[in-house]
Design a protein around this ligand. Sequence first.
Ligand code: UD1
Ligand code: UDP
Length: 385
Amino acid sequence: MGTVNMFEEKKVIRKDELVDEIAVVVGTRPGIVMFAPIIHELRKGNVPHFCIHTGQHYSPNMDYEFFKDLNLPVPEFRVSGVSERKTHGGQTAAMLEGIENVLMNKKPRLVLVGGDANTNLAGALAARKLRMLVGHVEAGERSFDWRMPEEHNRRIIDHISDLLFATGENGKEHLLKECVQGRIFVTGNTIVDASLQHFEIARAKSDALERFGLSPSSYGVMTTHREENVDFEPSLRGSLEGVSMAAEALKLPVLLLVHPRTQKRLREFGLEAWAQKLPGIKIHDAVGYLDFLSLVASSALVFTDSGGVQQEACIHHVPAVTLRENTEWVETLEHGANRLAGTDRESIVKAAKEAYVAERSWPVPFGNGDAAARIVEICLRALKE
Ligand code: UD1
Ligand code: UDP
């Protein structure tokens, strides 16, 4: 009987086989936004890197348009067969295997993932198993809501990462309390970088306000897509009715930009025609990044259950009503930039009335736009160690 060669059989990559290159894993709409400033920074510094797209998001308005709007090259690798997978496990498994294949061929020393979607869990796990360095952008965020798949993902990712890039002190504290294995760095948030870098471009290029017939400060914007909200008919109804009632009470038309998951649920619950007739709400498919930035920055009020959109509203000094009972982004609550309303109709109306008249001079808590530069600098140091 021969000796088992562990490196052969388990396909473990030896340290000396790894190359000084960074793999960036993207695959969802918010992940593309989050990584855009980092990819630009890597390109600017001629740092060897490549991008793997997991295929989790694939509709043009959730994917291609973001690469175009954020002036990003097409990812070098794209995992196939993911959109057909319908369960969390199946989707994560397909991405895990696809990412592992690329990593085994390319052998980068460092793999970056960002946020809390299944894409990032798959990326972090694939890299961890291959003993590559794992960097988690937006580490340490917690909602303490164990219903959320994102809360499961971010906790696991944080515990298998080597470099933890927290957006602020809150994230750092969570990580310290949980005694994570990796090193923690407070870097600020690359969503701020992306927003600041693209604001003037959005102003110059986007004609979204004209297209939707809106004038500045005279409308609201709504997004909703959280699994625990839209997959449950009473919550989906509650948030739509609540926003419609608030729109009527404030005489503020609201533009609802629909995420494909929400579109699908409205259809499945037989609510499409009902939603179209809700007073005060105009429904449209989700738009690209520049249009969205321009619409949010000029709006009077934002209704959302999105993490990224809560932050963007805060960055652009637009008050937000969050259609959740909790938020990871507690900093936005401190100075009145954001109010938690859940999906109860009356709570939404109450929060909207308060938010509409709120003082809009809060400080922006997520850094000053240099998060990507800091993250890349830390990555370069880690590659040299
Ligand atoms: C995912 C993330 C969530 C993140 C959101 C950003 C997880 C567990 N959830 O949720 O944290 O906030 O992305 O938008 O990873 N669909 C399309 N086209 C697309 C993408 C999705 O039609 O491009 C439809 C499909 O029917 C799909 C459903 O939306 O089954 C849900 O998509 P999925 O990626 O599983 O979850 P999201 O709700 O997008
Ligand atoms: N976004 C967009 N068009 C839309 C809605 C959202 O460009 O119609 C962008 C938004 O600017 C933010 C990101 O999508 O940067 C947030 O993604 P999402 O709400 O899907 O996910 P989350 O942040 O909740 O994970």
